[in-house]
Design a protein around this ligand. Structure first.
Ligand SMILES: [Fe+2]
Ligand SMILES: [Fe+2]
Length: 278
């Protein structure tokens, strides 16, 4: 069976009927070994979008969480209603308390549901910093070493240490990606790429002992990158010879348009309903 990925939640709805956009991300992954759901959006679109796109959430054998932000995890209760008891893979840091601020604006952006509540709905958490095989051929990347000098943490995001009044910059160490070993090659699925797209690509190539990645899909966080980081990232994508690049969510329309202009036919918009086969 051909591997097929379908975007279930994104900021933009790319289909004319029955789906909604929301600030968030979720991707339905179908393989010959079974189905995996990577992220859940913030909870407004996942169930309806899955139904409209003909993806049965009850068929999901495992859920993977990219990181503990509300826009990737808020749909977990709806998903668990369909799946019943199911393994949920992620990093041990996903339940950290964290916020976003910019000037006088700010708000809480950590997970909206407690681990105990989600466990009561059927989530069987497997939280690890190491690479892990979720189902045969589908892996979670493990913690991403931050090595490039041009990919820096988002300065507007802060972490609240437990019991402490003060906050510190949030490195989002829990940021993980999914890697699918498909017929055409490795497919890298990004949640928000807080670890830096190039750091993630390098880690995946090293971890899987491969020369190249066939396709990338998901949130790149390039919408928040400065000119240097964006240019360096474009150059790196060219160097790595990636054949398909589908951007979603935190890429933003401006950076997505520039990627489209640069990559031509290798590019596609990863809105709700976008598909990638591999
Ligand atoms: Fe996000
Ligand atoms: Fe995020």
């Amino acid at each position: 069976m051909t591997t097929k990925l379908t975007i279930l939640c994104d900021n933009y709805a790319g289909r004319p009927f029955g789906v909604v956009g929301e600030h968030g991300f979720a991707c339905f992954i179908e393989t010959g070994s079974g189905n995996v759901l990577f992220d859940t959006g913030q909870g407004m679109g996942i169930a309806g979008n899955a139904a409209a796109l003909g993806k049965d959430l009850a068929s999901v054998q495992a859920v993977a969480i990219s990181h503990g932000h509300y826009d990737h995890t808020g749909g977990l209760p709806q998903v668990l209603k369909h799946t019943g008891p199911v393994p949920v893979f992620g990093h041990p840091g996903i339940f950290a308390s964290r916020s976003w601020s910019h000037g006088s604006a700010g708000r809480y952006i950590g997970m909206r549901h407690r681990q105990e509540y989600l466990a009561s709905l059927g989530a069987r958490f497997h939280l690890t910093r190491e690479p892990v095989e979720i189902i045969p051929g589908v892996h979670l990347s493990g913690e991403i070493p931050r090595k490039t000098d041009f990919e820096r943490p988002d300065a507007n995001m802060t972490l609240h240490s437990e019991g402490a009044a003060d906050v510190c910059p949030d490195p989002i160490a829990d940021d993980l990606s999914v890697v699918v070993d498909a017929e055409k090659g490795l497919i890298l699925v990004l949640g928000c790429a807080h670890a830096g797209l190039i750091n993630i690509i390098n880690h995946v190539l090293e971890t899987f002992g491969r020369q190249r990645i066939y396709a990338i899909i998901g949130g790149t966080h390039l919408g928040f990158s400065g000119p240097d980081q964006f240019e360096e990232t474009l150059n790196a994508i060219d160097r790595y010879g990636i054949e398909k690049v589908g951007v979603s969510h935190c890429t933003g329309l401006e950076k997505a348009s520039r990627l489209h202009a640069h990559l031509g036919e290798r590019f596609f918009f990863g809105g709700v309903g976008a598909e990638l086969e591999g």
